[in-house]
Design a binder for this molecule. Sequence first.
Ligand SMILES: [Zn+2]
Length: 423
Amino acid sequence: MSTLRPSGVLNPELEMQSPEQRRAYLGERLRAVVAHAYANAPRVRRQFDEAGLKPGDISGLADLPKLPITSKDELPAWQAVDLPFGGLLATLISRLQRIYMSPGPSYVPEADRPDFWRMRMAFAAAGFQSGDVVQNTLSYHLSPGGLMMDAGLKSLGCVVIPAGVGQTELQIRVAVDAGVTGYVGTPSFLYTLLTRAKAAGTPLRIKSAFVTAEMLPESLRTEIERDFGVRVLQGYGTADLGLLAYECAEKKGMHLQPEAIVEVLDLETREPAAPGQPGQVVGTLFDEAYPLLRFATGDIASLAEPGACPCGRTAPKLTGLLGRVGDAVKVKGMFIRGSQLEEVFKRFPEVASFQAIVAREEHLDRLTYLVELGAQVGEPAAWKAQVAEALKDAVKVRGEVQIVAAGAIAPGSKKVVDRRVWK
Ligand SMILES: [Zn+2]
């Protein structure tokens, strides 16, 4: 096995705070951002007034549960009556650097500040270094993904190739010609670039990869590390909140980003979920331009048991994402959850993305799994039958597997879609 790039700790002062230091640091930043948001964001002021809350009621982290929770689902409606940011912007539009539109759809502001989305610590963990030439293969159009990564790489001193999505042959050429050493994008596309370049006799020299926006099967990571010598780490974030958690070299969960408050709340009680228990990821940002307070992402995850991590970071860890709130759908009398399906698809690393569709035909539920492939499969019919069997074992309902073209499943879309119309 080739030696992997060392993983770095960019900001030990923040990443290795003691729990007491962290509480004090987050509490002080929370107090400050609440006062600012109340004074400058009309929607926040209204929320506080309706809840009978004053900014002075929030003096530290212990007061966090007093703050109302804002759901991502509410955002499009708020924005529709108060364009474009629903009254949540706490600065003048003219002070922004960019405006994005993310799936939902919702508008997302970006203030003019280096690494606005707090990405750089995650890149350092993945081994990125100043002077790296990095191919960024996330989309630069409308949604924030591409430029989100771009800003973090820039703040770390990397040189960025804004490659965007697709055009595999062209991407291999530019990676070879420019001596690319870093990669940002989905794991399946990384695999495609590496294997095709190798087959063409022009192997790539990528040493570090930060992957996101898609599941990362452990078998795929192992293969890329072993056969190509690329360190592969992943992170979790959303279009509204930016980076919320990132992996260290231990790979056993993602440390919470220390410059934001990330909660995992029980789906029913909205109390903090115990370690190991699934709950909704809720983020609070300290950004003065767009101070989102207790913003519920709709993503379900759980926190790892607390404990020291060999990497030296002290922030709690999120374990893998388990699906989306509201993903459970009843099919032929059985509940099917995105997280269950995710577990099954992890065993098929050639699957880049999937979506279950529940429809109604002649009064019968019909379950179809759309599957995007990141790698070739030998005998498609036999392969589909094998996947369908594994899924049936897990969810107890038979479904049909259909291979669809790359890009057919929109990133971030629900894992289980209910298309039944009840008349
Ligand atoms: Zn760690």
